[in-house]
Design a protein around this ligand. Sequence first.
Ligand code: MLT
Length: 329
Amino acid sequence: MNVFSKATARLMGATALLALSSLSATAQTYPNKAITLVVPFAAGGPTDLVARLLGATMTRSLGQPVVVENRAGAGGTVATNYIAKAAPDGYTFLIHHNGMATAPSLYRKLPFNPLTDFEYVSQVIDVPMTLIGRKDLPPNDFKELVAYLRANGNKINLAHAGLGAVSHLCSVLFRQAIGVELTTIPFSGTGPAMNALLGGQVDLMCDQTTGTTPQIKAGNVKLYGVTTSARLKTMPEAPTLAEQGLTGFQMVVWHGVYAPKGTPKVALDRFGAALTAALKDPSVVTKLNELGSVIPPDDKLTPAGLQTWLQQETQRYAPVIKAAGQFAD
Ligand code: MLT
């Protein structure tokens, strides 16, 4: 062995040792710095609210800050692409909803594959949606709303959070069901869209109860219906869209937590355990239930529970989106 190959061998040995020690350090000390939880929509919306609630609880149990980072854009696909390409070091996670299952059907050139490019941590919560209007929109109930929309058509502005957002999907299905075209206005999330609705700059929006419940209860917006098959315990006076004539109209928003492909198992397990514990924390459960959402059963709070559900939902949405004819490059 010459001097060069001896030095190379020593270097390789040192590198292997270093890799081994950093691996065991991960197992022993993870997490040893702040963890980023990426939200694919603007701050102040329903996804952001859930991420911040869980992040605060997880910060206490993990002993390191779980920092929420909003990376809005293209209906959630900007953040999802960011996670697909992020370093798989256990310090970057994504919380996302049905958009993970709809994006492959909505976007012709998606730069990531939700079914192969991620690690799956757990499902998070299921949230109904509400169809709401600005406080001074003339119709007072769903029947009046449909007549008003048929008469005024594209003079009505409907806010949503972009192609891939559930607020967009809900509005597409709603417009299709009543056979009316409306003017749609995209926002970076339904948080800013809600501000526009409260300010009277837009007329209508479909959004999750985690975002709309406080404004509905305060009488700041008009509620025209909920998207679940049965009425909600939190607002039993609100009829479902299905019972008001949109037979079969049902939409529940489910959320999941993902990590870049190749994230160490120790990080996935530890972050997943902290997430599950947060979802069982009585104060978190109470808050989420008050906002109309429910925590899924234990078998869904697992990597396999999320992965299997995502596969099923991706298949379920493909024909629905094809029939709706909404695509982007
Ligand atoms: C948000 O958090 O802003 C919403 O979930 C976006 C959406 O409608 O999908």
